[in-house]
Design a protein around this ligand. Structure first.
Ligand code: C2E
Ligand code: MG
Ligand code: MG
Ligand code: MG
Length: 281
């Protein structure tokens, strides 16, 4: 009896495994096709200055187009594309589309804003990224000083020297640099101090328990103080309610983003709701 059960369990496990592997393979094929057909779209999430409550920029977030019919979120497809290298052409696509959009907004007389674009360490590891970014900036005519690159804390730590070299070259071009998901990556303070970065982005997991959880408040306070002591600007991710926003503002956090203001929006909606109203004052 026990033996039979064991065998069945094993077969069940192996079927499940095959099913998951097949799913993953068909998603990978789908992502490759989606990239070839440019079935990815950009979304823009407003970045808000806390002291003035004004728009200071937008984070660029990629989505699969509905036409790709893949029903997969960035949290799922980005790690897959990092593993199989597709993140390299995807990153090129995202940057060129975002810089073109940014240029179009400037040409339309809308207020200049910082575009924050996520970078994968896989792209850094491949090499040649510094040159590609410089070239894309030149082609787009978007001002270098209005481009910010986000690299995750864990990625920056894992790549060590390579990340530092990359960030130095990028910084020398005049771009701004942000450490994303800060607080989750076990930074060495000595290393952090050496990196030519401008901003820390406090991970959403620390913001969600504000304002009532005392240890969350203490943690966020510590990150804000640390950032300011290093001369960095500090932005909080995932701000969903007024209580969180008011606490962050009171504690001297510089900026935030989150559903309280808006989720990631299409270019048209972002322009209508945030860029046009900013012009109006
Ligand atoms: P991230 O860079 O930390 O981006 C913030 C994520 O938090 C986004 O998820 C955003 O939609 C979500 N978010 C923003 N405000 C709130 C909020 O108030 N509450 C909650 N619960 N979530 C909020 P998204 O767009 O699904 O992206 C997930 C991750 O995928 C990003 O995390 C980033 O690491 C990666 N990613 C997205 N687009 C790109 C890209 O173009 N290139 C690369 N390399 N990675 C990307
Ligand atoms: Mg980010
Ligand atoms: Mg983040
Ligand atoms: Mg995050």
């Amino acid at each position: 009896q026990a033996k039979l059960g064991g065998r069945n369990a094993l077969r069940f496990y192996s079927d499940e495994y095959t099913h998951a592997a097949n799913q993953r393979l068909s998603l990978e094929t789908g992502l490759r096709r989606a990239l070839e057909s440019e079935l990815f779209e950009l979304r823009y999430q407003p970045l808000i200055d806390l002291a003035s409550d004004r728009l200071i920029g937008a984070e660029v977030l990629v989505r699969l187009s509905p036409a790709a019919a893949l029903n997969s979120s960035p949290a799922e497809f980005i790690p897959i594309m990092e593993a199989n290298g597709l993140i390299v052409p995807l990153g090129d696509f995202v940057r060129s589309q975002a810089l073109r959009q940014g240029r179009a907004w400037l040409d339309a007389g809308l207020p200049p804003l910082t575009l924050a674009i996520n970078l994968s360490v896989t792209e850094i590891r491949r090499g040649g990224l510094e040159q590609r970014i410089a070239q894309q900036l030149a082609e787009s005519g978007y001002p270098v000083s209005l481009l910010e690159l986000e690299i995750t804390e864990s990625g920056a730590m894992e790549q060590g020297e390579r990340a530092q070299q990359f960030l130095e070259v990028i910084g020398s071009l005049g771009l701004r640099l942000a450490i994303d998901d800060f607080g989750t990556g076990y930074s060495s303070l000595a290393y952090l101090k050496r990196l030519p970065v401008h901003k820390l982005k406090i991970d959403r997991s620390f913001v969600c328990d504000l304002p009532d959880d005392a240890s969350a408040v203490e943690l966020v306070d510590t990150i804000i103080t640390l950032g300011h002591q290093l001369g960095l600007s500090v932005l909080a991710e995932g701000v969903e309610n007024v209580g969180q926003r008011d606490l962050l503002r009171a504690r001297g956090c510089d900026a935030c983003q989150g559903y309280l203001y808006a989720p990631a929006l299409s270019a048209e909606e972002f322009e209508r709701r945030f860029l046009r109203s900013a012009t109006a004052g």
